[in-house]
Design a protein around this ligand. Structure first.
Ligand SMILES: Cc1ncc(COP(=O)(O)O)c(C=O)c1O
Length: 393
């Protein structure tokens, strides 16, 4: 009786019924092959193989030795907020008041804080398709409506002003979120294109969110920050990618003055504060930029190996490889089922990659995402294995 009652009580909410992240399933399949003694080249996970900057690790060790790791202010430790503000001056020549910086538990928590502080349930928020799946899943869980905007080669696979305004005319949008460099495409928006999109959105009263998590990893041309373009835009960033600190779970936002206090109240209630050790490490991470630039040079070499090698191996069609550490390859020559293609490539060639359907349920059936955040030797071996496998397909 009691058990029956408990079962009835714990029916999961409809809002928690978000789709899984398919890349996790690929990782699990790769792990099963490795457990049997097989070797897999991991190109599925979007995470750097390198370690965090030594400056960050040393700072964390010293802090740990004090034995006193308490809560911090909800918006983050002042030294880190000031250091992030200085980063905008150093890197982009733009002054930002430290008061507008909010430290977050990775950029992932930044999305939750941004969406909660900017939107009401039912609000429509435009996202580029293909795109990072958690954007749409977090919006859905919060009761907002993700509006997918198709992208094409004509705009370097970024959202165009026309497409945004068309969607807005269709039914009003409350917000728009873009990322440049983007995941999964690895493509970037030129500075003028980003400026035009910000101006068009704000001209219509559509709030702009810029996910700049892959800043610092730009190869084709420099990435532009929305901090420079609007004081009303919300910028989300992270120590996960350029600084190789995925597991430290620390990121930041730059928010308009009007959102500082609402975001502070939300953070106080949702998290109290961001892990203290991670904040201390992150403050010191900025002094490890030389080390991180070397890691970036490694990605540039990987990019060169893939851009030259994949066409010879048989995968000649991919989107411009501008930034982040992703290459989005068109495999429609071989299949219209990228999930099956990725599964066979893993089982038969020992190369793990992510099917495009994770990022774009429809057109993603024709695409595979490769992550090139590991060693150059791995990239060379991957190209060889893919070439040998495709020649037999
Ligand atoms: C585009 C994009 N945004 C945000 C994230 C979340 O990263 P984190 O929460 O580690 O900062 C990722 C992770 O892969 C990503 O690719």
């Amino acid at each position: 009786m009691m058990l029956d009652k408990a079962r009835r009580l714990i029916v999961p909410s409809a809002r928690s019924d978000v789709p899984p992240f398919i890349v996790m399933d690929v990782m699990a399949a790769a792990a099963r092959i490795e457990a049997r003694g097989g070797r897999v080249i991991h190109m599925e996970v979007g995470q750097p193989a390198a370690s965090a900057p030594q400056t960050a690790i040393r700072a964390a060790k010293a802090a740990l030795d004090t034995g006193n790791i308490g809560y911090t202010e909800a918006l983050g430790i002042p030294a880190l907020r000031a250091r992030i503000a200085r980063h905008y001056d150093e890197t982009h020549g733009v002054a930002v008041e430290p008061e507008r910086i909010v430290v977050t538990t990775g950029s992932s928590a930044g999305f939750v804080l941004a969406f909660l502080s900017m939107f009401e349930p039912g609000d429509r928020v435009a996202l580029a398709n293909p795109g990072y799946p958690p954007y749409r899943h977090i919006l859905t869980a919060l009761g907002c409506e993700p509006v997918l905007i198709e992208t094409s080669a004509a705009t370097r696979w970024a959202m165009s002003v026309d497409a945004l305004l068309d969607a807005h005319r269709d039914k009003p949008l409350k917000g728009v979120l873009v990322a440049s460099p983007a995941n999964p495409t690895g493509t970037m928006m030129r500075a003028q294109a980003l400026a035009a999109l910000v101006a068009a959105a704000e001209g219509e009263g559509i709030r702009f969110i810029s996910d700049e998590i892959y800043h610092g990893l730009d190869y084709a041309f420099p990435a532009e920050t929305a901090v420079k373009l609007s004081e009303d835009a919300v910028i989300i960033n992270s120590f996960s990618k350029y600084f190789c600190m995925t597991g430290w779970r620390v990121g930041w936002m730059v928010v308009p003055e009007a959102l500082v206090r609402p975001v502070e109240r939300l953070q106080q209630n949702l998290a109290i504060s961001v892990p203290t050790l991670s904040q201390i490490a992150a403050t010191a991470a900025f002094e490890g930029r030389d080390e991180m630039d070397n890691v970036k040079h490694g990605y540039e070499e990987n990019r060169r190996i893939l851009v030259e090698g994949l066409p010879k191996a048989g995968l000649g069609e991919f989107l411009p490889v501008d930034g982040a550490f992703y290459l989005y390859a068109d495999v429609s020559h071989f299949t219209d089922d990228s999930f099956d293609f990725a599964k066979r490539m893993l089982e038969e060639a020992g190369v793990a990659a992510t099917p495009g359907i994770d990022f774009d349920p429809q057109r993603g059936k024709r695409f595979i995402r490769f992550s090139y955040a590991r060693s150059a030797a791995d990239m060379r071996e991957a190209v060889e294995r893919i070439g040998a496998w495709l020649s037999k397909c």
